[in-house]
Design a protein around this ligand. Structure first.
Ligand code: DGL
Length: 268
């Protein structure tokens, strides 16, 4: 049966800030022909320090309004914090497929040799029962050491604005894992916040070559490709990035947004 989806309908990627760009980079590799709208809720950043009720209300409300305005074929919550808290609610509100971002505990558990896995996320993500469930399902018998590293969100935002990110600041942000009594056994670290792969080089330098950093970006991109398989894609205008925050601040990201094909910038 031919697809009834408008070929110009975009894939909507949503995050509190620039974190979802790590997912967009993977999506560009897997599905370069897909028109994309990237939405950053910079006015709501950070989500990691908010309550579950605040995140749910904000994300469900914004995605509802964005879906009405942009008519996407699919929405991706490219944010672990929002997904682990609000995915169920968003799926109830939207009438299109919604792809979430799940901390990559399953692939990390398959990779670890020592059985000791670190997990870096926001304060909100590391306390979610969603993460407890993933740990029970995929990492039983392993040790998962969770550490909230909210400073990495700020550092990733700064890096994408072209600012220098001192390694010492990255080291301090992850000291809960580096100084843990079992630190020497950690051979795999889950980057359970989409901002963190944007600091992969710095995190790699801080943890050293013996530690594998795992994130879910490629898996999410492949899921989007699978859910849109058989659909036609036609980019009728350049891809768009929108922000809920001040437009002039968002424009500082223009070089990186352009590299990812987001050549139009607007306020939502
Ligand atoms: N990018 C978001 C995530 O994946 C977190 C950033 C924030 O605290 O808003 O969890």
């Amino acid at each position: 049966m031919p697809s009834t989806v408008d070929p110009s309908a975009p894939v909507l990627l949503f995050d509190s800030g620039v974190g979802g760009l790590s997912v967009l980079a993977a999506l560009r590799e897997v599905l370069p022909q897909a028109p994309v709208i990237y939405a950053a809720d910079e006015a709501g950043l950070p989500y990691g320090t908010k309550s579950e009720a605040q995140v749910t209300a904000r994300v469900a409300g914004l995605l509802g309004r964005m879906s009405e305005r942009y008519r996407p074929r699919l929405a991706c919550i490219a944010c672990n914090t929002a997904s682990t808290i609000a995915l169920g609610m968003v799926r109830e509100v939207l009438e299109i497929p919604v792809v979430g971002t799940v901390p990559a505990i399953k692939p990390a558990a398959a990779l670890t040799r020592t059985g000791v896995i670190g997990l870096l996320g926001t304060e909100a993500t590391v306390r979610q029962s969603y993460v407890d469930d993933l740990e029970r399902a995929h990492a039983a018998g392993k040790t998962l050491l969770r550490h909230a590293a909210p400073e990495l969100v700020t550092l990733a935002e700064a890096r994408l604005r072209g600012e220098a990110v001192p390694l010492d600041a990255v080291r301090r942000a992850v000291s809960g894992l580096l100084d843990h009594p079992r630190a020497a056994e950690i051979d795999t670290v889950v980057l359970a916040c989409t901002h963190f792969p944007l600091l992969r080089d710095e995190l790699g330098a801080v943890f050293g070559p013996g530690v594998t950093l795992v994130d879910g970006a490629l898996g999410i991109a492949r899921r989007i490709a699978a859910l849109t398989e058989g659909q036609a894609f036609e980019r009728r205008e350049p891809d768009l990035a929108v922000t809920t925050g001040p437009l002039d601040e968002f424009r500082a990201l223009a070089p990186r947004l352009c590299e990812l094909g987001l050549t139009r910038i607007e306020k939502f």
